[in-house]
Design a protein around this ligand. Structure first.
Ligand code: TYM
Length: 332
């Protein structure tokens, strides 16, 4: 029996951070056991906001190296960059003609990213969720591991699949399921427990990058915002304490244990003691990863070959599905 097909993607816009790792990538690694996994460095998504070409190439290699260092297996699964497989762009165009303006107008991520400057952002940023739906459905993938922030985009991908199948009276695209797994589905900024940890935050102190060394991690956790109380006794109390909730959630996720256990272990303790334990745990998990990443990046040719090989195998899956999609639409 064939294994369920997993697809997910990450943008090469700078370094990966702890939110990407705990919310998504660590789950990608685990899913390799028992699923056929296709993981994509989404360079076409990245250019929806301006990217310097040299930076984009460098970030594509760096993100690829981080993924391999984190445990993605590019031999038994597929790892590639999006722009190498034409099915993404071709399927996305068809989806531009399936998705409704009203659906895209509801996308909160677009509203956040465009802000007050709506008239001046790229058309690509607006149509971005259609490309994301194309990424998944070009492979007929059914399982999509993501962080909480991508849930709305996944719902849109399902709506597109439903409307396509309905309009053309086919059962062509499956409905993809989001897999939002683990304790840390939404890691927050170290400077503000109510804001998502993000690559686009101007302050590097707001996030732990997968490339950070032990000293950076130590310093960032030491400076992380807290509140004046001792650590809470119960998970319920975390509701009113965003910074404590975030740091304890990170601690639990890094150790792969339930949040309730971390809360119990530090109940009533001072932040200073807890921060020491958190720093130790973060360094233990992340430093082997950054060492391996640096080793891989010493040979960019090797990374390029991995991406090219992955793209060839991705294309072999996507090309016949794209041919069928075009036939259904009526393209000769
Ligand atoms: P991107 O590049 O912003 O993030 C990659 C993955 O990391 C997760 N993530 C987080 N999880 C928890 N806490 C955070 N603070 C945090 N920040 C990011 C994201 O949820 C994501 O899973 N549109 C996508 C990339 C994409 C994609 C796809 C994903 C393109 N095509 C198809 C799935 C399927 C994005 O911009 O992710």
């Amino acid at each position: 029996m064939s294994q369920p097909r997993v697809f997910s993607g990450v943008q090469p816009t700078g370094n990966l951070h702890l939110g990407n790792y705990l919310g998504a990538i660590r789950n990608w690694v685990k899913l390799q056991d028992g699923h056929e996994c296709i993981y994509c460095v989404v360079d076409m998504h990245a250019i929806t906001v301006w990217q310097d070409p040299a930076d984009l190439s460098r970030a594509t290699r760096e993100v690829t190296a981080s993924l391999i260092a984190a445990g993605i297996d590019p031999v038994n699964h597929i790892l590639f960059n999006q722009s190498k497989v034409p099915a993404h762009a071709e399927t996305a165009w068809i989806f531009n003609c399936v998705a409704r303006m009203g659906w895209l107008n509801r996308m909160t991520q677009f509203k956040e990213k465009a802000g007050k400057d709506r008239e001046n952002v790229s058309v690509g940023l607006y149509a971005y969720p259609n490309l994301m739906a194309a990424d998944i459905l070009a492979y007929k993938a059914t399982h999509v591991p993501v962080g909480e922030d991508q849930k709305q985009h996944l719902e849109l991908a399902r709506d597109i699949a439903i409307k396509f199948n309905h309009d053309y009276e086919v059962e062509h695209f499956p409905l993809p399921e989001p897999l939002i797994l683990g304790e840390a589905t939404r890691v927050m900024s170290l400077r503000d427990g109510t804001k998502k940890m993000s690559k686009s935050d101007a302050s590097d102190q707001s996030r732990i990058n997968l490339t950070d060394g032990a000293d950076d991690i130590d310093q960032k956790i030491r400076r992380a915002k807290t509140d004046p109380l001792p650590l809470p006794e119960t998970v319920e109390e975390l509701g009113a304490r965003p910074e404590a909730a975030n740091l304890l959630t990170i601690y639990a996720a890094l150790g792969d244990e339930p949040l309730a256990k971390s809360v119990a272990d530090f109940a009533g303790k001072q932040f200073s003691d807890f921060k020491k334990a958190l720093t130790e745990r973060a360094i233990a998990v992340l430093s082997p990863l950054s060492t391996e990443m640096r080793r891989l990046l010493a040979d960019p040719g090797h990374i390029d070959r991995i991406l090219a090989d992955g793209a060839e195998r991705a294309n072999a899956i996507a090309a016949p599905i794209l041919a069928e999609t075009k036939r259904i639409v009526g393209f000769l």
